[in-house]
Write a protein that binds this ligand. Structure first.
Ligand code: HEC
Ligand code: HEC
Length: 156
């Protein structure tokens, strides 16, 4: 009976583990292939390559269909590459339930807003941070998709 309870407890703990910041978005367990390389190269040249789990599939589709007008930048790709990367992002996208609505800014998803509600406006504006989209200013291992609390240092 005791073992049964232990197994039950372990099973119940599983979703909690899966919800941990460093597991859910992790990019280190993505299958290393051509698409992963392409994503890191093309989507990591102007800013860090944002882990696909940060937005739901619908948001990635919307963003990828308008790369010529990408937040004021032109990030267009060949039709082939655009297709490959859309598949890649959609395949590894976050669940809409977890990351929220279909806004295409990660920093505007309800999930992001909730996790960062305690950070004062003046902090975002520091020269060492500049933009909320500059994840790696505070999350030391953001590029690997590790947003866990022990990997956070807010710069002065
Ligand atoms: C030519 C430069 C450039 C390239 C290439 C580029 N981006 Fe961006 N991206 C930007 C700029 C500029 C912003 C706005 C940053 C800000 O507001 O601080 C942005 C913002 C974003 C955001 C929103 C961040 C937020 O505010 O939450 C996402 C998501 C994103 N890019 C994904 C991608 C993906 C996926 C690719 C590859 C297909 C890509 N980007 C390629 C320039 C680029
Ligand atoms: C100004 C520094 C700063 C920036 C920039 C920043 N964050 Fe955070 N983030 C934090 C802090 C601090 C926390 C912890 C909040 C708390 O626990 O009260 C956090 C929490 C998180 C969490 C939750 C972690 C967990 O274990 O539950 C995620 C996910 C996250 N951030 C993603 C991002 C992403 C993605 C970006 C960029 C688009 C970003 N953050 C930009 C400071 C920052």
């Amino acid at each position: 009976m005791k073992t049964l309870l232990l197994i039950l407890a372990a099973l119940l703990a599983l979703p909690v583990l899966a919800d941990d910041g460093d597991h859910y978005y992790s990019t280190s367990n993505l299958h290393p292939d051509r698409r992963l390389d392409l994503w890191q190269k093309e989507c990591g040249s102007c800013h860090m390559a944002y882990p696909p789990g940060l937005l739901p599939a619908a948001a990635w589709r919307k963003m990828m269909s308008r790369l010529d007008k990408h937040f004021g930048a032109d990030a267009s790709l060949s039709a082939n590459e655009q297709g490959e990367l859309t598949d890649f992002l959609v395949k590894h996208a976050g669940s809409a339930r977890r990351v929220g609505s279909e806004v295409i800014r990660i920093t505007e998803t309800p999930h992001f807003v909730k996790e960062h509600r305690k950070i004062a406006e003046s902090v975002w504006e520091r020269a060492s941070i500049k933009s909320a989209a500059n994840c790696q200013a505070c999350h030391l291992r953001a590029a690997e998709g590790d947003f866990s609390e022990r990997q956070i240092r807010i710069p002065r």
